[in-house]
Design a protein around this ligand. Structure first.
Ligand code: KG4
Ligand code: ZN
Length: 346
């Protein structure tokens, strides 16, 4: 197959990103990946403000594009296409990205390729490991939590997912309730290392029900109740109380993800894939105890395990450029009617 070089744009949440990827499906390389976070802009509001995000994306996208091309040492003439996240996400940001990509496509005459952000995450193991279809994917971040079987560049089967919050949200909320730094995942993981997971009882939501659906909002509530109970008893929280709560909370998340992964793997392995493989992506995949548990579940089931490097696990534009490359290799391009979609299930 012929080698393609694509520019990718990502602006669906609070990262403005541009990247250049070159190669063929299952054999591509990241030539440059620029990610500009917006956390500073939203800090005082305690969450992403869509209007502020959209304006910042509109202001920073061309800067990121210039930077990505400069780092790749390429001009627009070296490109075969321009890929852009067309959804799902915060609509203002997605519109900023789609407008920018349309402008670039009109100015250069290059084909425009709209990409589903979730497909970008789900195809990342093809970019980083050349993973062969079909593989099982666990997307687990601040915004997503689902099991998918990836069968082709645009063919995914959803086996289950969270029915309420994503685990990253629960980590962030836990950190907020205990006065730990944001993002909560790394702070809670660090505290948990000093804690006793068994001191406080946390629920394992939906483990008693069949299937791969998960729920994490109950864990937040349990943590709030536990915290308030200790404060009512002792008038405050010690460092050890915090560590024990973090450890108990994290152990519950680990148990739920491990058991649901066991079930998702069983459903996937029943199809006798030639090279069985579980890939995880998303910020929560950085968590060591979670990684270790998933790895153990795979070893037990006889499946391979891979987790892309963190910079490609979290939101980035290399995954968008790569997903665009896969679509383009299938002859699928869009035109100026490409629409931004706030909701777009895989
Ligand atoms: O993929 P990501 O960067 O952004 C989206 O949500 O799309 O994921 C960010 C989430 C945050 O909620 C953060 O707390 C969580 O990933 N996270 C972690 C860890 N590092 C980041 N959660 C648990 N343990 C970690 N070490
Ligand atoms: Zn994402």
């Amino acid at each position: 197959t012929q080698s393609l070089t694509l520019l990718g744009l990502e602006s669906s949440c609070d990262d403005t990103a541009a990247a250049v990827v070159r190669g063929a499906p299952g054999a591509a390389q990241v030539l440059a990946s620029v990610v500009e976070g917006q956390t500073g802009l939203h800090k005082e509001f305690g969450g992403v403000v869509p209007e502020i995000a959209a304006r910042a994306h509109a202001e920073r996208l061309d800067v990121c594009v210039k930077e990505a091309l400069a780092r790749a040492g390429l001009g627009f003439d070296a490109l075969d296409g321009i890929a852009v996240t067309a959804g799902p996400g915060l609509i203002g940001g997605v519109v900023s990205g789609v407008m920018c990509a349309k402008g670039l496509a009109a100015g250069t005459g290059l084909p425009l390729i709209g990409v589903n952000h979730l497909a970008g995450h789900a195809l990342t193991p093809r970019l980083t490991d050349g993973a062969a279809f079909p593989y099982l994917m666990l997307l687990v971040s601040g915004g997503h939590c689902q099991f998918l079987i990836a069968r082709g560049p645009e063919e995914f089967t959803r086996l289950g997912g969270t029915i309420d919050d994503a685990p990253g949200e629960a980590f962030d909320k836990t950190a907020r309730l205990l006065g730990l730094a944001q993002p909560g995942g790394p702070s809670v993981e660090a505290e948990a290392e000093q804690g006793a997971a068994r001191r406080f009882a946390f629920p394992r939501p939906l483990l008693d029900r069949p299937g791969c659906d998960m729920s994490f909002s109950g864990l937040k509530t349990a943590l709030l109740r536990t915290r308030d109970g200790v404060i009512a008893d002792k008038g405050g929280l010690t460092r050890q109380d915090r560590a024990d709560m973090c450890a108990g909370f994290q152990a519950a998340v680990v148990d739920v993800l491990a058991e649901k992964t066991r079930r998702a793997l069983a459903a996937y392995l029943a199809e006798s894939p030639a090279q069985p493989m579980l890939a995880v992506a998303g910020g929560v995949a950085a968590n060591q105890p979670i990684r270790a548990a998933l790895q153990a579940v795979c070893a037990e089931a006889g499946a391979g395990f891979t987790a892309p490097p963190l910079a490609l696990c979290t939101d980035n534009a290399a995954m968008i450029a790569y997903a665009g490359l896969e679509r383009m290799a299938l002859g699928k391009v869009d035109d100026m009617t490409l629409a931004a979609r706030p909701r777009w299930p895989l």
